[in-house]
Design a protein around this ligand. Structure first.
Ligand code: NAD
Ligand code: UFG
Length: 369
């Protein structure tokens, strides 16, 4: 059992990971500024974990919620203090590890507002690393992304594939990966598995396409405005918030002509974080870089059909031009995560659509309802 600081723990992937960690017996402090999430996500995950509220932002000796910004030393120090303090204010146990989800993630927005992306994603990560040094914590799991691979040269994509992002969001993720390699003492030649001469334990987890929701339908993805990503868009069509799905390209070199991605159930992803965290804490200092994906490719039309079947609602589709910046196919080679963590995805497309629909149908307007 460890005490873990979770930045961005109220967000989509963070909330599901917090639930899995609490159920495994870990103690958590969540730091989030709610710029893209709601405190209701934390209340709901705490309830799912069977925790009883003991005060504002406080659930016994298991969970604390701190509202604040990762770019501010003061917020970070408050979060570390919420773990260490004794009595009702704290968990009475110093932070042993950090899982760093907080950041901005919309590709199109990153093109329009590159400075904000560099500020939150890179400056925020650096400020966090400095706080970790101040509080003698050298164990970090970082949310990286398959976006680093840009237009991949080989599919399935191994971790050794070139890092060649094609948008500002991807550039910020690549920059943080480099920063982490330097902090670990592994430098530019970093490969997927390296010892850290500086005594850091770091996992850089490159997610493919995280989708779905907790099977209870109580927590899920709650995008702001019109969704850019396929799954939230499809589920909003099913629930009647959007008339039809525009399929971006039907002339890709794929079996049905539509784009192919490696969709991963968010509960599988959450398990991957738990296993990475526990491996880091148990093993010698290292820098580990892992793809988290299923290794299976699914097309846009397959997603639309599967969601129709799960929801019993029609998903009308309109075939339109390709979206600039898209690749035809991105699929993970997940062999290294299987070997290093014993992790592989358990849940397929049917479970993804079933659980995504459980969330969307129970919460048509997300946490705002
Ligand atoms: P999300 O937006 O749902 O969660 C991010 C959380 O961070 C939100 O709760 C937000 O309020 C918080 N946050 C943002 N800026 C902050 C700041 N300055 N200080 C404190 N909190 C802040 O996103 P998500 O889908 O859960 O993604 C989590 C991480 O995983 C991100 O770093 C993202 O880049 C990465 N990632 C996501 C995907 C994906 O498709 N969802 C894919 C690959 C990587
Ligand atoms: N698509 C449509 N219509 C839509 C939305 C998407 O046809 O309305 C298609 C896309 O063209 C693509 C597929 O659905 O072929 C998946 O698109 P998403 O936008 O859901 O996902 P991406 O693979 O483009 O990118 C996402 C995140 C990235 C992240 C990447 C890998 O947006 O930030 O997954 O994790 F890096």
């Amino acid at each position: 059992m460890a005490t873990v600081l979770i930045t961005g723990g109220a967000g989509f992937i963070g909330s599901h990971t917090c639930l899995v960690l609490l159920q495994a017996g870990h103690r958590l402090v969540i730091l989030d500024d709610f710029s893209n999430s709601s405190p209701r996500a934390v209340e709901r995950l705490a309830e799912l974990a069977g925790l009883i509220p003991t005060g504002p932002g406080s659930w016994g000796d298991a969970l604390r919620l701190v509202q604040g910004d990762i770019r501010h030393d003061h917020s970070l120090d408050l979060a570390f203090a919420a773990a260490q303090s004794s009595g009702p204010a704290g968990l009475d146990a110093p932070v042993e590890a950090v899982i760093h989800f907080a950041g901005l993630k919309a590709v199109g927005e990153s093109v329009a507002e590159p400075l904000r992306y560099w500020d939150v994603n890179l400056h925020g990560s650096r400020t966090l690393l400095e706080a970790m040094e101040r509080h003698s914590c050298r164990c970090l799991v970082f949310s990286s992304s398959a976006t680093l691979y840009g237009y991949p040269e080989t599919v399935p994509i191994p971790e050794t594939a070139p890092v060649q992002p094609i948008n500002p969001y991807g550039h910020t993720k690549a920059a943080v990966e480099m920063l982490l390699a330097d902090v670990a003492g592994c430098g530019a030649g970093a490969t997927a598995e390296m010892e850290s001469p500086n005594g850091w334990r770091i996992a850089r987890l490159r997610y493919f396409n995280p989708v779905g929701a907790h099977p209870s339908g109580q927590i899920g993805e709650d995008p702001d405005g019109i969704p850019n990503n396929l799954f939230p868009f499809v589920s909003q069509v099913a629930v009647g918030r959007r008339p039809s799905l525009r399929v971006f390209g039907s002339d890709w070199p794929t079996p049905d002509g539509t784009g192919v991605r490696d969709y991963i159930h968010v509960m599988d992803l959450a398990e991957g974080h738990r296993m990475a965290l526990e491996a880091l804490l148990a093993e010698e200092p290292q820098l580990l870089t892992l793809n988290l994906g299923s290794g299976r490719g699914i097309s846009v039309l397959e997603v639309a059909r599967a969601f129709e079947a799960a929801s019993g609602r029609p998903i009308p589709v309109e075939l339109v031009a390709r979206r600039p910046g898209d690749a035809a196919v991105t699929v993970a080679d997940p062999a290294l995560a299987a070997r290093r963590l014993g992790w592989r995805t358990q849940l397929g497309l049917d479970a993804i659509c079933r659980d995504g629909w459980a969330w969307q149908s129970a919460n048509p307007h997300g946490y705002a309802a």
